[in-house]
Design a protein around this ligand. Structure first.
Ligand code: GDP
Ligand code: MG
Length: 298
């Protein structure tokens, strides 16, 4: 008789910047989702696959819930979060150690009402010393909702992640495997290339500009032992173009250098990367344009 298997979708939700993407990368053991100190870094639903023996958890990284729903890209991200919740078998709600904001409480209510297994992750415990300071906070959380488990972790240092993985895998219902054993993400290489470039841009730029940026891979082909890549960085305004290029092309040089180093590791060979900055006005306002640029519109 074949072994009984367990498999399910796990929605990772939480306010922007609590460390959802970092957590998925750490659990899966590979960089699947880009992370920066800026909110709104994650724009897509990204799947990370965690398999241990007969149990498999498909982790769905969600863009942060946005309060400002005026712009199309924010509406899109909010819709994606709600859909991730509706499609999930297990919810993992992430909060930041020591903090409980209105948006956290809103998400705790929303997730509790779903009646699904709900694991509360208290992330960034590496920032709290001494650890005993967490106790009253953990108690307060315990009273705020009905959780299958509350697991304090550090996605950054890896502390307590094996326990969290166990806890998530235990909550997954019986069912056939959804992805093959060795598979860790549903995203192809081209997608990951674009995301790595976007991460380096967001890390290098400040304030307003990053949210109006989108990267499009025009061309990718093997050359000798390595790769030739052409990508366009789309910005919304002429003024932004000047900032993104930088004086004497400084910003583009830094971004290109940082991206190239990481892309060489991802693709396994030297990378020749050419970046162009182009203006497409108000792209973030139109869902149709978003669709054309390959962003998820569900
Ligand atoms: P997301 O918006 O919830 O996906 O958050 P990210 O994963 O992009 O992380 C936001 C920021 O928090 C990044 O600068 C991460 O390096 C940082 N971060 C994530 N996890 C931890 C952690 O366990 N400890 C600390 N100190 N920082 C973390
Ligand atoms: Mg993220």
């Amino acid at each position: 008789m074949p072994t009984k298997t367990y498999s399910g979708y796990v929605a990772i939700v939480g306010r922007p910047n609590v460390g959802k993407s970092t957590l998925i990368n750490a659990l899966v053991g590979e960089k699947i989702s880009i992370t920066t100190p800026k909110p709104q870094t994650t724009r897509h639903r990204i799947l990370g696959v965690l398999t241990q023996g007969p149990r498999q958890a498909v982790l769905v990284d969600t863009p942060g819930l946005q309060q400002d729903t005026k712009r199309a890209i924010h509406r899109l991200m909010t819709r994606t979060v709600h859909q991730a919740l509706a499609d999930a078998d297990v919810i993992v709600l992430v909060v930041e150690a020591g903090r409980l904001e209105k948006q956290d409480e809103f998400l705790i209510r929303l997730a509790s009402e779903s009646g699904m297994p709900l694991v509360l992750v208290v992330n960034k415990i590496d920032r709290v010393t001494p650890r005993e300071r967490l106790l009253p906070y953990l108690q307060r959380l315990g009273e705020a909702g009905d959780f299958t488990a509350i697991v304090p972790v550090s996605a950054k240092s890896g502390e307590n992640l094996p326990e969290l993985a166990r806890c998530i895998l235990d909550a997954v219902p019986a069912g056939p495997r959804l992805f093959p054993e060795g598979m860790r993400t549903d995203r192809d290489q081209a997608f990951r290339v674009v995301e790595i470039i976007r991460e380096k841009l967001m890390l290098r730029l400040h304030q307003e500009v990053p949210y109006g940026i989108s990267v499009e891979l025009e061309h990718m082909r093997p050359v000798g032992q390595g790769w030739l890549l052409h990508a366009v960085v789309w910005v919304e305004r002429d003024a932004h173009k000047a900032i993104v290029v930088g004086r004497g092309g400084r910003v583009m040089k830094d971004v290109g250098g940082a991206a190239r180093a990481e892309l060489s590791r991802l693709l396994g060979g030297p990378v020749h990367l050419e970046l162009w900055v182009k203006v497409r006005k108000h792209w973030a306002d139109s869902e149709r344009t978003l669709r054309q640029m390959g962003l998820d519109v569900t």
